[in-house]
Design a binder for this molecule. Structure first.
Ligand SMILES: [Zn+2]
Ligand SMILES: [Zn+2]
Length: 301
């Protein structure tokens, strides 16, 4: 498997002199399996625009393009690039789009339709010339054919969000963002008027068991892309519950679960190239190989 990063940021694109080296585009990752001629795209943040241009150049004058696009969730930073993904306007293009939806009565197609309204963009979903299908995903296992297996896992984010685990020829590539550690939703402070010992204990148990399920999901991955928007210090200073993880947590969890390499991902828009370099040196030398994902970087799994 080949993995290439086209967008590594969260929230909003942040181009400028301070983000030249790591890149300023929001989430988009390309996954290729050359042996079976499969192209998979994870998320359609602003990075997908450049990926689309590269695919157009690569496919110029050749057969039609087909790809599977897996959306982790429909927060804006993960879908904003769709209307600028040029292959979507080419009649011969075939795209299968997959993703979770929060409410069962709404299909993924309907949720994504929101961004194709004249008040936001001059083209409507119905006017796309490519052949696009939409599939709602839930937590589970999916056979993607040709020996490619997909496992999905709900993460901890304000909106229903899926982690993706692709297994192909004894190799495992896994994504887990946007997410943060599950935590006890009930107070454990006996002084607090809302304290209930039973709820406090149950809340603790539920959080621990959900965190263990995520650990099982990423276990043994050859490459894991994990949410590390904050440092531990930043996280505990008012960012608990925002749906993003501290770097320390990702590294410790990867070490405990025999992950081979971790791509630290979904960088905060305030993080400059210089700061990311400094963080990379600061966290080097752990029991797991880590790197901060950069736009344009390619990794073999
Ligand atoms: Zn995000
Ligand atoms: Zn999000």
């Amino acid at each position: 498997m080949r993995v290439k990063f086209w967008g590594v940021r969260g929230s909003i694109p942040c181009p400028g002199p301070n983000t030249v080296r790591y890149g300023g585009n929001t989430a988009c990752v390309e996954l290729r399996m050359d042996e079976i001629d499969r192209l998979i795209i994870i998320d359609a943040g602003s990075g997908i625009r450049e990926l689309g241009n590269a695919l157009m150049a690569e496919n110029a004058g050749k057969r039609s393009l087909s790809a599977d696009i897996f959306i982790t969730h429909t927060h804006w930073d993960h879908i904003m690039g769709f209307p600028f993904f040029t292959p979507i306007y080419i009649p011969s293009t075939q795209l299968k789009i997959y993703g979770p939806v929060t409410y069962e009565e709404e299909s993924l197609k309907e949720v994504l339709r929101g961004q194709w309204a004249y008040r936001y963009f001059p083209v409507r979903q119905e006017e796309l010339s490519s052949k696009v299908t939409y599939t709602n995903l839930i937590e589970g296992e999916y056979d993607l054919g040709q020996g490619l297996l997909l496992k999905t896992k709900y993460l901890n984010h304000p909106l229903l969000c899926l982690g993706y685990r692709f297994e192909f020829e004894d190799k495992v590539f896994c994504t887990a963002y946007d997410t943060e550690p599950f935590f006890n939703l009930f107070t454990t402070n006996p002084e607090d008027p809302s304290y209930d010992p039973v709820m406090a204990r149950e809340g603790q148990e539920v959080a621990a068991s959900e965190n263990q399920r995520i650990e099982a999901f990423i276990r043994g991955a050859d490459l894991l892309i994990y949410d590390t928007q904050y440092t531990q210090e930043e996280y505990i200073k008012g960012r608990v519950g925002w749906g993003h993880s501290p770097i320390e947590y990702a590294i410790e969890m990867a070490c405990r679960n025999q992950v081979k390499r971790v791509a630290l991902f979904h960088h905060d828009v305030l993080r400059t190239d210089t700061q990311l370099d400094a963080l990379e040196s600061q966290y080097a030398g752990r029991d797991v190989e880590i790197f901060f994902a950069r736009e344009g970087m390619q990794v073999l799994v």
